[in-house]
Design a protein. Structure first.
Length: 279
């Protein structure tokens, strides 16, 4: 019961902050500009570059499903993680600096309960931001281009054409997997928020992890670490758009992301349990 109460209060704090809605506004603005740009730039040119000039494209060249797929790459690799870090980075560090955390711990609630509530709230925020991206992209895509099949040429499986019903299912699967990746990143950010005293340092450290991990994963000397780096699975949701969905394509990513959800939480909980709250 205490955990549910603490979770409700943590969620209320997150969703009453103006910064949270600034993040949703940025996602909506970037998605709107991207879709507007797609509507101005003829999609046939993109397909020609990917498939060759001999490919003849007939019918609708862009649909609502295709726009929701198109925005996933750039938004989920850069934008959404930064917005998650901006909020989650202050869940412990910000409250510790302002003195709110000390007031919390004066009440009959254990530190484990409190950090668990913060972790669950961080996951909810990461899920909501990712799914909001999908809903906005899909809604604006249907508004600009209407319904139709989902044509994908970026999954590594050649050109895949999915009918509208199957395309919606695959799109929902892809966004669900992307949201799970963001939960792993949220756990890393909360751990940084526990370790560092400043919310800005915590958020910056979490964001800096992404290019650092990418660089390490691309160095041949550290190639053995690549399967264990979260950034290696930031786009593993692309397997949802293959002609045939194979569970084995997702399992390495699911195992790794689960580890990133659990291990940083355990480390953060241990550090938080031993942390001195002096402000």
């Amino acid at each position: 019961m205490k955990l549910l109460t603490a979770l409700r209060l943590e969620l209320a704090k997150i969703f009453l902050m103006r910064g949270t809605y600034v993040g949703y506004g940025i996602v909506a603005a970037v998605t709107s500009l991207t879709i507007y740009g797609i509507s101005r730039f003829h999609p046939v040119q993109q397909l020609s570059r990917r498939l060759g000039d001999d490919m003849v494209v007939g019918g609708k060249t862009m649909t609502g499903l295709m726009t929701a797929r198109y925005v996933m790459g750039p938004a989920l690799l850069i934008l959404v993680p930064m917005l998650i870090a901006a909020i989650v980075g202050g869940l412990v560090a910000g409250e510790g600096k302002s003195g709110v955390l000390r007031s919390w711990l004066c009440r009959p609630v254990s530190r484990l309960t409190l950090i668990t509530a913060k972790q669950l709230a961080a996951w909810v925020h990461a899920l909501s931001l990712t799914l909001f991206l999908g809903l906005v992209a899909l809604g604006l895509g249907y508004l600009f281009f209407g319904g139709g099949d989902l044509v994908d040429v970026m999954s590594g499986d050649g050109m895949v054409i999915l009918d509208e019903r199957l395309g919606l299912i695959r799109l929902a699967l892809a966004y669900g997997l992307a949201a799970y990746v963001m939960c792993g990143f949220a756990s890393l950010t909360l751990m940084a928020s526990v370790i560092f005293e400043s919310p800005m340092v915590a958020a910056a450290s979490a964001v800096a992890f992404l290019p650092v991990a990418t660089i390490i994963g691309n160095l041949e000397y550290f190639e053995f670490l690549k399967p264990y780096l979260l950034t290696n699975y930031f786009d593993f949701w692309r397997h949802a758009f293959k002609g045939t969905v194979v569970l084995g394509d997702f399992l390495p990513g699911l195992y790794c992301i689960t580890g990133y959800c659990v291990i940083p939480f355990v480390i953060g909980a241990v550090v938080f349990w031993r942390k001195d709250i002096t402000s």
